[in-house]
Write a protein that binds this ligand. Structure first.
Ligand SMILES: *[C@@H]1O[C@H](CO)[C@@H](O)[C@H](O)[C@H]1NC(C)=O
Ligand SMILES: *[C@@H]1O[C@H](CO)[C@@H](O)[C@H](O)[C@H]1NC(C)=O
Ligand SMILES: [Cu+2]
Length: 306
C-alpha cells in the first residue's frame, strides 16, 4: 500500500507542469498533456504537443536549439483558438510546486506565408514579440521581506496555477502562436541551472468587432527563439535566494504598447463552456467540429485582407 501511495504522490512531488487549457471569454480550449498514457491528442486541442513525458523543462543547454521555441519536439496543431485584440487569455497550468520561483513571460509570433495558419509553421523561423513579463517584488514586506521575495510563480500559485495574458489592442488579424513561458530559478545559482517551460498555443485573431480597421497597429518586434536567451544572462544565471536589489527579466523588453495584466489584477477563472476552435485555410477560418455529432453546423467564415 505504501508503494502505491508513493507512486501516486511522486509525480505531484516532482510536479513540474504543462498547459491544461486556456479560457477566452468563458470558453475552454484544450492544451496538450505530455504525461505517458495521458497525451491529449484531440484534434481540437490548440496547445502544441511535446515529448517531455516527465512534465519537465528545457535547460540553457538547449537555448540555441529548436526545443527552446515550443518545448522538446514541439509540434503545432491544426486548431486555433479564436480571440480578439484586447481580450484576455486565461492560461491554466496543470500545477506549480512551491520553492520554484521565477518569472512568467508571454510572446506572440505571427504565422506568415502559410496556407494553414500556424499548423505547418516552422517554429525556428517564428519571430517573437514579448507582450508580458513579470518582474518580482524582491523585498516584499507582506511576504516576510527576505529573499527570494514574491515572484510571478507565487501569484500563479495563489490563482490556482493560472495567469492572464492580454492580447494587445491593435494586433493585426490573422494566425499567431502564443508562447507562454515559466522560468524556474531554484537551481539557477549554478550556471546552466535555470529551467524553462515554454508552452505554445495557436490563436486566430479575429478582425475588429465592427468590421472596422486596425486603427492603432500593435508594433511587432520579433526575435527568433534561438536568440531569446543566453546561459549567462543576468536573469538566467542568478542566485535568487540571496538578497537581490535588482532582477533583469530575461529576453527582449516588453513591446512598448503591450498592456500586461498586473499581479494585482491576476485572478483565477473557471470555464463556462467548451470553445469551438477554428481551422485556417489561407485567409479563412472554419470551425473545428471534430467532436460534434449531428449538431447543427455553424459556419463562420471570416475573410480579411493581407
Ligand atoms: C536538450 O535537448 C535534447 C534534444 O532535444 C533533449 O534530449 C534533452 O532532454 C534536452 N535537455 C534539456 C535540459 O533541455
Ligand atoms: C483550478 O484548476 C484546475 C485545473 O488545474 C481546475 O480543474 C479547477 O476547476 C480550478 N479551480 C478553480 C476554483 O479555479
Ligand atoms: Cu522541481
Amino acid at each position: 500500500m505504501k508503494r502505491l501511495v508513493l507512486a501516486t504522490l511522486l509525480p505531484t512531488a516532482l510536479a513540474h507542469s504543462h498547459l491544461a487549457y486556456i479560457i477566452i471569454n468563458g470558453a475552454l480550449f484544450h492544451g496538450f498533456d505530455p504525461l505517458p498514457g495521458r497525451q491529449t491528442n484531440a484534434p481540437d486541442r490548440v496547445g502544441w504537443s511535446s515529448t517531455n513525458a516527465d512534465d519537465g523543462f528545457v535547460g540553457p543547454v538547449n537555448y540555441t536549439s529548436p526545443a527552446i521555441a515550443c518545448h522538446l519536439d514541439g509540434a503545432s496543431t491544426p486548431a486555433h483558438a479564436p480571440v480578439r485584440a484586447g481580450d484576455n487569455i486565461h492560461v491554466q497550468w496543470n500545477g506549480w510546486p512551491i520553492g520554484h520561483p521565477g518569472p512568467l513571460l508571454s510572446y506572440l509570433a505571427p504565422c506568415e506565408g502559410t496556407v494553414d495558419g500556424c499548423a505547418g509553421v516552422d517554429k525556428t523561423r517564428l519571430e517573437w514579440t514579448k507582450i508580458d513579463d513579470s518582474a518580482p517584488v524582491l523585498i516584499d514586506p507582506t511576504a516576510g521581506g527576505g529573499p527570494p521575495g514574491t515572484w510571478a510563480t507565487n501569484v500563479l500559485i495563489a490563482n490556482n496555477n493560472s495567469w492572464s495574458v492580454h492580447v494587445p489592442v491593435g494586433l493585426r488579424p490573422g494566425p499567431y502562436v502564443l508562447r507562454h513561458e515559466l522560468i524556474a530559478l531554484h537551481f539557477a545559482a549554478k550556471r546552466g541551472g535555470a529551467q524553462n517551460y515554454p508552452l505554445c498555443i495557436n490563436l486566430w485573431v479575429e478582425p475588429p468587432a465592427e468590421g472596422g480597421e486596425v486603427v492603432m497597429p500593435f508594433m511587432l518586434d520579433g526575435v527568433r527563439a534561438a536568440d531569446l536567451y543566453r546561459e549567462d544572462d543576468p536573469g538566467i544565471w542568478v542566485d535568487v535566494f540571496k538578497t537581490l536589489t535588482t532582477y533583469v527579466v530575461p529576453g527582449p523588453t516588453v513591446a512598448a504598447n503591450a498592456m500586461p495584466v498586473p499581479h494585482s489584477l491576476q485572478s483565477r477563472s473557471v470555464p463556462l463552456r467548451d470553445g469551438t476552435p477554428v481551422g485556417v485555410t489561407g485567409t479563412k477560418t472554419v470551425p473545428f467540429l471534430a467532436k460534434e455529432t449531428g449538431k447543427r453546423r455553424r459556419i463562420l467564415v471570416h475573410e480579411f485582407e493581407g
